[in-house]
Design a protein around this ligand. Structure first.
Ligand code: GNR
Ligand code: NI
Length: 170
């Protein structure tokens, strides 16, 4: 098992745009395994490759209660979004300790490749819909706090930088 280290906001690398995966090969399958281990260890319900400083379009998600229903999204694309918007209190492994409300489409359809390179399409609602949209934002270099007011973003930046200094001292 290999745990990867998770970048923390406001690291500039969180704003890089990830490139599509060209071939789903053993290198990508190893990345998926390591990302899943890292997500379960955190613990979190999703993780985008961007968060582990790999700028390729790979996401792992597990929103199941028992935490053993891994979903792999390679080169995901949203094919439909509901006009109905829902607010959800989001958190992020790259912004630990910060939770705030974000508005997103309540339901989506998306397509992606699985870890075998097989294409699939599915509809999502609830936490899964939130999570897919949150993770796809990461691949485009966007962190959920960017939906908050500039004042809140500055407060969060200050708080995260202070926490980083405390960690460095310890
Ligand atoms: O673990 C996570 N929980 C979560 C809760 C509400 C909305 C989104 C998320 S995703 C987050 C893990 C993470 O940071 N993924 O990028
Ligand atoms: Ni996140």
């Amino acid at each position: 098992m290999a745990l990867l280290s998770i970048l923390r906001y406001p690291d500039v690398r969180l704003h890089k745009k990830a490139k599509p995966v060209q071939v789903v090969d053993d290198r990508i399958r190893k990345l998926v395994r390591d990302m899943a281990d890292t997500m379960y260890e955190a613990p979190g319900v999703g993780l985008a490759a961007t968060q582990v400083d790999v700028h390729e379009r790979v996401i792992v998600i597990d929103v199941s209660e028992e935490g053993r229903d891994l979903m792999v999204l390679i080169n995901p694309e949203i094919t439909w979004k509901s006009e109905t918007i829902k607010t959800f209190e989001e958190g992020c492994l790259s912004v630990p300790g910060i939770y705030d409300e974000v508005e997103r489409s309540e339901r989506i359809r998306f397509k992606a490749l699985d870890e075998k390179g097989q294409p699939y399409e599915m509809e999502a609602e609830g936490l899964l819909a939130v999570c897919v949209q949150h993770e796809m934002d990461h691949l485009d270099g966007k962190v959920f706090v960017e939906y908050l007011s500039p004042l809140k973003q500055n407060r969060i930046k200050t708080k995260m930088k202070k926490a980083e200094r405390e960690l460095a001292k310890a």
